[in-house]
Structure formats: structure tokens, C-alpha cells
Design a protein around this ligand. Structure first.
Ligand code: NAD
Length: 338
């Protein structure tokens, strides 16, 4: 069996708790991994690094090409550029893929939700270019470039085709942001018309799209959007299937891939041992598939579906109506994998 070297970034807040749980579960699945643990976020500053994203961490991800990352906190108002924005831009992790699915035993308003958000990850409103024009007047630049818009559109259509998905819906606000969202839309249309006419294609203005999502998310399949919209819509969609504790993600580029949950460092519950590790475990499953470790990925998926379906409250975290914590869920998973 091939041995993989994976960079592990515990991160901040609930990050160390959920990464420890995820590592245990992945190791119990039978894959052979050398973990290279490195800091990012407030944690890096606490360890004496002068940047929230140390060079050593970036270099290790470049060298090993795959990372599993806990959420990080970027200290606000201290002049640091967001760790996530830096990481995604520096490693050119241009596609964020976030599957949002109904899970067995997790009761929500809707059943049979099965969507994938494809979010452009390197530009848009999160380019991090802000200026003070004069005191009291600031601007935040929304950047859209044809290569980046085309690249993410092509990724979404290719992904949809490979995964046998039927439809792509582009969320936009081109009625107001005619140039930037207009370009995003034009690039998506072009890829649809010239390269993937067999996939159903639709466009929706994002405000109406959000309403349609909460009315009936089962009408959606693959959702394609720019950076900022992808951030907001990801959390909205998480709320439709059980919350941030159950939505995984990956950040994919040509040279590297970083797997992380959609959720943040959750300072309100950090250190209490009650965070749900499932979103990061599911991100780990995405990572194993990326590494062609499908047997281990399938085993973990079967195990978490079984733990959820059994519904033993003592094993489930509170966000899922349980009375257990991070470790009790991980223990239940490890027991299934033995
Ligand atoms: P958050 O996602 O951390 O938390 C939102 C809510 O969801 C909180 O009530 C939290 O307790 C709950 N929640 C989140 N993850 C959970 C889990 N695994 N199990 C149970 N409940 C969970 O969002 P926030 O509070 O807006 O942000 C906190 C910090 O995280 C900020 O510093 C933000 O910048 C950072 N952040 C980081 C990332 C990342 O590193 N990828 C993503 C989003 C936010």
C-alpha cells in the first residue's frame, strides 16, 4: 500500500479538536499516512512565527501537494491578510468544492438534498484589495478576470460531467455588477455552449436564487459562483442539511489541494470538546478520494452513515441533537472501522 505524506494544519479554536478526531478516523480506515504537522492562523503567531501563514507551512504544502486543514482565525484589525485568502491565492487553489447532502438520521426540513457548490476561490470580492481614498471613504475591489472565470466554469462543467450531474446553476448579480458578474456569466455561458452543451444550464440572480434554495433545495444540482457568493451560499446551504458540522470542502489547484470543512474556528464552543468533527472527517474522505484511496474513503463513509443512522444520542454531538462530544463521535467511528 502506498504511503502518503500529508500536511496537517490543526488551526485555531475547534481546529485542534476536530483535526485530532479526523486523524484518528483516517488512520483507523487502514491508509498509511505520514503527517507533517504545521501551524497557520493565530496558532502560528502563538508559536512565535511572525506571520499567520508561515513560509514553512506554504512550502510543505507545495512539496507534498496535499493538506488537511482545520479552521483558522485571522486576528482582526492587526494588519494580517486572511490566512485562507493568502493560502488559496498563493497555492492557486482556484476551485472550492463543497458537497451539501442530506444525511441519514439527520432530520431537517428537507430530504434528498444533494448539491455541490463550486466556488471561485482566488479573486472576486475576496481579492483583498482595499483602499482608503480619503479619510472616511474606502473601497473594496471586486476583481474578475477572464482566465479565472473561464477556469472555474470549465472546472464546474468537467466536474458535473465526470460525476454524472445533470445541471449547473450560476448564481450572479450581473444586473447590478454588469462588468464583473457579467464577465463571470459570459465565461460560464461560453463554456456551456462551446464545450458542454449536454449539461443543463441555468442562471439565477443570487437574491432570488437564495429564496429558491430555501424553498426547495432539491431543485438544484451543481451551483457555480464567484468567491464571496460562494462563501455566503455555502453556509446557507449547510443550514439546509444539518448545519456547519456536516458540510465538507476541498480547495483544488493544479499543484496542490487543501481539504477543509466549510465551518470556521467556532470560538463559542472551542475547548469544550463538543464540536462536530464530521465535516472535517468528510473533508478527509474527499482527500482520500483525491489520493485514489477509495476503499478507505468508502469505509469511512459507511461508518459515519451507520453512526448517524443508529442515532445513539450519546455518540452524536449537540448540533445533531446528541449529548456526546467530539471524542464520542470519533470513538464510535473508530469502533466501526475496526
Ligand atoms: P464558524 O463557522 O466558526 O461558527 C458559526 C456557528 O457554527 C457557531 O455557532 C459555531 O459554534 C457553529 N459551528 C461551526 N462549526 C461547528 C462544528 N464543527 N460543530 C458544531 N458547531 C459548529 O463561524 P464564525 O463564528 O463566523 O467565525 C469564527 C472564526 O472562524 C472567524 O475568525 C472566521 O474568520 C474564521 N473562519 C475560518 C474559516 C476557515 O479557516 N476555513 C472559515 C470560516 C470562518
Amino acid at each position: 500500500m502506498a504511503k502518503h505524506t500529508i500536511v496537517l494544519i490543526p488551526g485555531d479554536g475547534i481546529g485542534p479538536e476536530v483535526t485530532t478526531a479526523t486523524r484518528r478516523v483516517i488512520e483507523a480506515s487502514g491508509v498509511s499516512i505520514d503527517w507533517v504537522e504545521l501551524p497557520a492562523g493565530a496558532n502560528a503567531i502563538a508559536q512565535g512565527f511572525d506571520n499567520v501563514l508561515p513560509e514553512r507551512t506554504v512550502a510543505a504544502i507545495k512539496a507534498h501537494r496535499v493538506a488537511l486543514k482545520g479552521p483558522v482565525t485571522t486576528p482582526v484589525g492587526k494588519g494580517f491578510k486572511s490566512v485562507n485568502v493568502q493560502l488559496r491565492q498563493r497555492l492557486n487553489l482556484y476551485a472550492a468544492i463543497r458537497p451539501v447532502r442530506s444525511l441519514p438520521g439527520v432530520k431537517t426540513r428537507f430530504e434528498n438534498v444533494d448539491m455541490v457548490i463550486v466556488r471561485e476561490n482566488t479573486e472576486g470580492l475576496y481579492s483583498g484589495i482595499e483602499n482608503e481614498i480619503v479619510p472616511g471613504v474606502v473601497t473594496s475591489l471586486k476583481v474578475a478576470s477572464e482566465p479565472a472565470c473561464t477556469r472555474i466554469a470549465r472546472y464546474a462543467f468537467r466536474y458535473a460531467t465526470r460525476r454524472h450531474r445533470k445541471k449547473i446553476t450560476v448564481f450572479h448579480k450581473a444586473n447590478i455588477m454588469k462588468l464583473s458578474d457579467g464577465l463571470f456569466l459570459n465565461c460560464a455561458r461560453k463554456i456551456f455552449e462551446e464545450e458542454y452543451p449536454n449539461i443543463d444550464y441555468e442562471e439565477t440572480i443570487i437574491d432570488a436564487g437564495c429564496m429558491k434554495l430555501v424553498q426547495d433545495p432539491t431543485k438544484f444540482d451543481v451551483l457555480l459562483m464567484e468567491n464571496f457568493y460562494g462563501d455566503l451560499v455555502s453556509d446557507l446551504c449547510a443550514g439546509l442539511v444539518g448545519g456547519l458540522g456536516v458540510v465538507p470542502g476541498s480547495n483544488i489547484g493544479e499543484e496542490a489541494a487543501v481539504f477543509e470543512a466549510v465551518h470556521g474556528s467556532a470560538p463559542d464552543i472551542a475547548g469544550k470538546g463538543i464540536a462536530n468533527p464530521l465535516a472535517l472527517i468528510m473533508s478527509g474522505v474527499m482527500m482520500l478520494r483525491h489520493l485514489h484511496e477509495d476503499t478507505a474513503a468508502d469505509r469511512i463513509k459507511i461508518a459515519y452513515n451507520a453512526v448517524l443512522e443508529e442515532g445513539d444520542k450519546s455518540k452524536l454531538t449537540r448540533d445533531l441533537g446528541g449529548t456526546g462530544g467530539t471524542d464520542s463521535f470519533a470513538d464510535a467511528m473508530v469502533a466501526k472501522l475496526k
